[in-house]
Design a protein around this ligand. Structure first.
Ligand SMILES: [Fe+2]
Length: 398
């Protein structure tokens, strides 16, 4: 009897772990879905599952019963036994409403000749619309320098008419450094999902801070601004082109804080060469309005000649990021008929006015407590900046 009692107690003690193995801890989609890299004909759906699994995205045109299953396939293998997913959907029609849902099977064990699946789950259907190549108007939101403050991110989004916006551009320093597993979710992705990102994409124009921390090299697993997998790129919304540039660090590559681990001078030069090609391209030249988004405002010495810049610009010129971007980008962009540049980084509201032959467009540096609403239409590029108190601090059409 005594022996039986001991066996029973042992069995009861083992029960929780046995239950776990059998999947009584529910298998869920625990982050996302959020949309990335939306274009006229494709999108990337991102999410994580609570345990290793085999996932896909089902897509259908709104109102249609014809469903297509998309998975990530590489070298003959479907992606499986993973938790973080970014599933690209290609071949969509422009300016068309779609619905998608996630399907996923937990993978309990994955042996060479025996795979054991666990729970099967599916999300609800979410809708989105591909961008319109014929659009003559686009509205988007810009927020920056959130520095891991998800509450601030939520407050800024709440200030904006998100139903009018096609997407959100996060213009850098959304995180102060990337040092904690899951930090992109807690800092801004989860709140973006809650507010808009299941239906509308966001892009992250990196700041100087997102390149810091021992996990910074993994950030690209969460952020997919372009199909090419680069942070810099161009979004086209019909007659409007939006160029995103990846500023790199603020200090010299040789600065001791980077411990010899960064290569931003070369990276900025790579982008300048790419930008030269972009501004020459047919699609860019055909655009009627052109906006540039970059976290660090580029500066050159001659900008100090303008009275309102006189104090600020000499100081900015001591920073490698500002000066190198000024030297590389302004000669290219000055010839590219840019309407406005949207910038950040300074944590204060600054507008650098256009100067003939120096900087041919205004550079607006948004502060760290305001969001920008941008509407590009036949009337020009309308920019409205609203601070966290709901006060409008800038309202101009460029
Ligand atoms: Fe910054």
């Amino acid at each position: 009897m005594h022996k039986h009692l001991i066996s029973l107690i042992a069995l009861l003690l083992m029960l929780p772990s046995l239950c776990g193995a059998q999947g009584t801890t529910p298998y869920t989609i625990n982050h996302g879905p959020y949309l990335q890299g939306l274009t006229y004909d494709g999108v990337i759906v991102c999410f994580t599952t609570s345990d290793r699994g085999f996932s896909g995205v089902e897509i259908r045109e709104k109102g249609s019963s014809e469903v297509r299953l998309c998975r990530t396939s590489k070298d003959g293998l479907f992606e499986a036994d993973n938790t973080l997913n970014s599933i690209a959907i290609e071949g969509l029609k422009p300016a068309t409403e779609y619905e998608y849902r996630i399907i996923s099977k937990q993978m309990l064990s994955f042996e060479p000749y025996k795979v054991v699946f666990g729970e099967e789950i599916e999300s609800e259907w979410y809708d989105f619309r591909t961008f319109d190549p014929k659009a003559d108007e686009v509205t988007f939101v810009v927020a920056n320098d959130i520095h891991d403050d998800a509450k601030k991110c939520a407050d800024l989004l709440d200030l904006m008419p998100m139903d009018e916006a096609e997407m959100v551009f996060y213009n850098g320093d959304i995180m102060s450094h990337y040092s904690r597993e899951g930090q992109p979710f807690t800092s801004f992705i989860d709140v973006s999902v809650e507010k808009f990102a299941r239906h509308k994409p966001f892009a992250v124009v990196r700041g100087n801070h997102e390149t810091r921390g021992h996990l910074a090299r993994e950030y690209g697993n969460y952020i997919h601004n372009t199909r090419e997998g680069r942070y810099y790129g161009v979004y086209y919304f019909g007659s409007t082109a939006v160029v995103m540039l990846d500023c790199g660090e603020d200090k010299d590559d040789e600065h001791p804080v980077y411990a010899g681990l960064v290569d931003f001078d070369r990276y900025r030069e790579e982008q300048a060469a790419w930008l030269k090609e972009v501004v020459r391209s047919k699609e860019f030249r055909r655009a009627e309005r052109r906006i540039v988004i970059v976290h660090i405002p580029p500066t050159v010495e001659r900008m100090a000649q303008v009275e309102q810049n006189a104090k600020r610009v000499p100081d900015l010129m001591t920073w490698r990021g500002n000066a190198h971007l000024g030297e590389l980008l302004l000669p290219i962009l000055n010839k590219a008929d840019i309407d406005v540049m949207l910038s950040a980084h300074l944590h204060s509201h600054v507008v650098f006015p256009p100067q003939e032959g120096v900087v041919e467009f205004p550079i607006i540096a948004n502060d760290n407590v305001s969001a920008m609403l941008v509407r590009s239409s036949k009337e020009g590029v309308y920019v409205k900046i609203v601070n966290r108190e709901g006060k409008t601090t800038l309202e101009e059409t460029y």
